[in-house]
Every structure is written in structure tokens, then in C-alpha cells.
Design a binder for this molecule. Structure first.
Ligand code: UT7
Length: 350
């Protein structure tokens, strides 16, 4: 059995936030952001009205409709996000509840692989379908970054890049040749803190001897994940060593794509559409050049949405499909790199 993507959908919040809008809060400029990242604007969910799960529900409903299925047909949910509604439980069960899947008591799995979360999810779904365990899997990548960013100048290196949104795919068992051809997953925890949000967490400062996280406070019930020390030291916002991430990404993207091509005996010239994780337009252009791909073989939409982490690939897939850029029989190449570091690739016969 092959895992075929039979429905894809996305949702982005209505609220557009331009680069100029950001200058009200921090010392930055439209010119800097466009030149370094390619981003012109991003979407932010409406606080107290939208969450990662509500956006995921909208994207999933569209994907299910396009697949010609109802929520009750789904056998398993996989949810990738770094910005969950709750610390726990994960968004998978919340999505199950929002979709009204009450009778079947299906499993729901949460994936924490940040930018490569969707590729990891695709690989997990592929294995479940190939093994015959499940027939229809709903895979979602969704993020509400705007609730957790630092909008002061201190946070500008991270904040200007990220946006909110959700994408969903329905994968179905198929006995045709089409579907997921291969997936390749990698990680290197050496650089875990180089792109991270280390608090809230149960670490208690053990990886960071120089920081006093306030152990007394942590020993109180309920004080394990967020302590006053974390708040006072401003440790609740994500941080990124942008240059290291950039340098590693431009090396790992081509490597992991070549691995997928070699595994299938295909070449980059066979790729009809390449959708890279939308981290930075400069990274995407660099990878395009290394793979010698023409502009029409690559799909980017970071200009409109910024980096939506786990949601970026399914949002781009859904848009590409809507624009007629993904046709039956096309060879689709997906690849991502990000926090962990984790990275991966997939080749899909559409
Ligand atoms: O999806 C997750 C994976 N993430 C990525 O793949 C991101 C990879 N990294 C990047 O995309 C780039 O490193 C960034 C876009 C994050 C930063 O671009 P950069 O060209 O590496 O800039 P930089 O961090 O080296 O900063 C250059 C200068 C610094 O000023 P000085 O020290 O030269 O005076 C920064 O303080 O730009 C300054 N700067 C800003 N200026 C205006 C940093 N952020 C901003 C900003 N607006 N938002």
C-alpha cells in the first residue's frame, strides 16, 4: 500500500501585519526584513478568538472536504506544532474534539519537530499506512506564533520572521504507484539551544549552570514549568543563532534532497515542484540554485505569510494545488530544516 495525499487545505488568519506595522513596536525596517528574508507581511491570529487548534480545524475541514471524506472516516490524527494551545495535552486531542470525532475514539499523536514537523508527520503517516494499520490519516501542521513572540527590539531577530497559520493533508491507502515515494529524517541535538524556547520546561537549569532558575520555587507544586526566575530573566521567548541556522540549513537541505533522489533513482530534473519549508527566501533560492531548478519548479509564499514553522509546507502545498501547480502524476519534492536541529525530505508522486 502507498500513502496518497487525497485532500489538502489551509487556513491563514485575516489579520495582515506588514513589515511597516512591526516598526511601531521594534527598531526594524521593511527594507531590512525584505532584504534578509524576502518577507513582506505575515498573518496573526486574533487573540482570545483563535488558537493553533481552531486554525487547524479550519484547514482540516477543507482538506477533508477536498478528499471527499468526513471527520468520522479518519482513523488517526497526527498534529505537528511548536505553539500548542496547552503545555499538555497536545493539540491532537483538541483537534479530534473540535472536529466532533466522538464515536470512533481514534488515536491522536503530537509531533514536536518544529520546522520539520510536517515532514516527520508525513513519514509517520506513510509507515502506518504501508504497514496496513490505518487507511485514512489526518496530518496537520499549525502554529499560533504571535502569542509567544517578543515584540520589543530585543526579540526582533526572531519575531519579524514568524507568522500564524495552519495546513492539513488527508493521507489514504492506495494500491496505485502514486503517493509518498520516500522520506528521510535526520537530527543533531548538539545544537538544541541554538534555535529554541527553553522555558517553560522541566530543565531546572541543568543544562545552563550559569543561570539560577530558582530551584526552591520549582519544588513547589505547579511551579515546575514556569518559575519567577524564568519570567524575570526573560527566558520565555524563543531565541535563535540565525547565522548558524542559516549556514547549516543551506548545507543540509541539498544533502537530504539528494538522499531522497538517490533512494528513488530520480534526478533533480525530474522534480515538477519543489516546496521548501518557508524559513527564508534566501535559503530557498540558494537550494534552488544548487539543485539547478528553474523558477517554475519551485513554490515560495514566505513573502505573504512569513515562516509558519510546521504549517509552512502544507500551506504552500495547498496554495500550489489551488493555483493548478500540482497536477496528477507530478513529482513533488518537500524538504525542511529547523530547530533541534532536525531536518528531512520527502518525494511524492501526486
Ligand atoms: O524555520 C526555522 C529555521 N530558521 C531559519 O532558517 C533562519 C535562518 N537564519 C536567517 O534567516 C537569518 O540569519 C536571519 C534573517 C535570522 C538574520 O539575518 P542575518 O543576515 O543572518 O543577520 P544577523 O543576525 O547577522 O544580523 C545582522 C544585523 C545585526 O546588527 P549589527 O550587529 O550588524 O549591527 C542585527 O542586530 O542586523 C541586525 N538585526 C536587525 N535589524 C533590523 C537583526 N534583526 C533585525 C531586524 N531588523 N529584525
Amino acid at each position: 500500500m502507498n500513502a496518497k495525499i487525497v485532500g489538502i487545505g489551509h487556513y491563514v488568519p485575516e489579520n495582515i501585519f506588514t513589515n511597516n506595522d512591526l516598526t511601531q513596536y521594534m527598531d526594524t525596517s521593511d527594507e531590512w526584513i525584505q532584504e534578509r528574508t524576502g518577507i513582506k507581511e505575515r498573518r496573526y491570529g486574533t487573540k482570545h478568538k483563535e488558537t493553533t487548534t481552531t486554525m487547524a480545524t479550519k484547514a482540516s475541514t477543507i482538506a477533508l472536504e477536498r478528499a471527499g471524506l468526513t471527520a468520522e472516516d479518519i482513523d488517526f490524527i497526527i498534529f505537528a506544532t511548536l505553539s500548542p494551545d496547552f503545555y499538555f495535552p497536545g493539540c491532537g486531542v483538541l483537534l479530534q474534539r473540535e472536529l466532533g470525532i466522538t464515536k470512533t475514539e481514534i488515536g491522536a499523536l503530537d509531533i514536536r519537530n518544529q520546522c520539520s514537523g510536517f515532514i516527520y508527520g508525513l513519514s509517520v503517516a506513510d509507515q502506518f499506512i504501508k504497514s496496513g494499520m490505518y487507511k485514512n490519516i489526518l496530518l496537520v501542521g499549525a502554529e499560533m506564533h504571535s502569542m509567544g513572540l517578543d515584540f520589543s527590539t530585543k526579540g526582533r531577530g526572531v519575531t519579524v520572521i514568524f507568522g500564524d497559520g495552519a495546513g492539513a493533508a488527508v493521507l489514504q491507502a492506495s494500491d496505485n504507484e502514486e503517493g509518498i515515494l520516500t522520506t528521510h529524517l535526520h537530527s543533531d541535538g548538539t545544537h538544541a539551544e541554538e534555535l529554541a524556547c527553553i522555558s517553560p520546561g522541566s530543565h531546572g537549569g541543568i543544562y545552563h549552570d550559569e543561570i539560577d532558575f530558582g530551584f526552591e520555587e520549582q519544588n513547589k507544586p505547579g511551579g515546575i514549568f514556569v518559575t519567577k526566575a524564568m519570567v524575570q530573566r526573560d527566558l520565555l521567548a524563543p531565541n535563535m543563532n540565525g547565522q548558524l541556522v542559516f549556514k547549516t540549513a543551506v548545507k543540509k537541505f541539498p544533502e537530504v534532497i539528494m538522499e531522497a533522489l538517490q533512494a528513488t533513482g530520480l534526478q533533480s530534473s525530474n522534480i515538477d515542484l519543489f516546496i521548501p519549508h518557508q524559513a527564508n527566501l534566501r535559503i530557498a533560492k540558494f537550494v534552488q540554485k544548487v539543485l539547478r531548478l528553474e523558477d517554475h519548479q519551485v513554490f515560495n509564499n514566505i513573502q505573504k505569510y512569513g515562516n509558519t514553522t510546521a504549517a509552512s509546507i502544507p500551506i504552500a502545498m495547498s496554495e500550489a494545488w489551488e493555483q493548478g501547480k500540482l497536477k496528477s502524476g507530478d513529482l513533488l519534492c518537500l524538504a525542511a530544516f529547523g530547530s533541534g536541529f532536525t531536518w528531512g525530505s520527502a518525494l511524492v508522486r501526486w
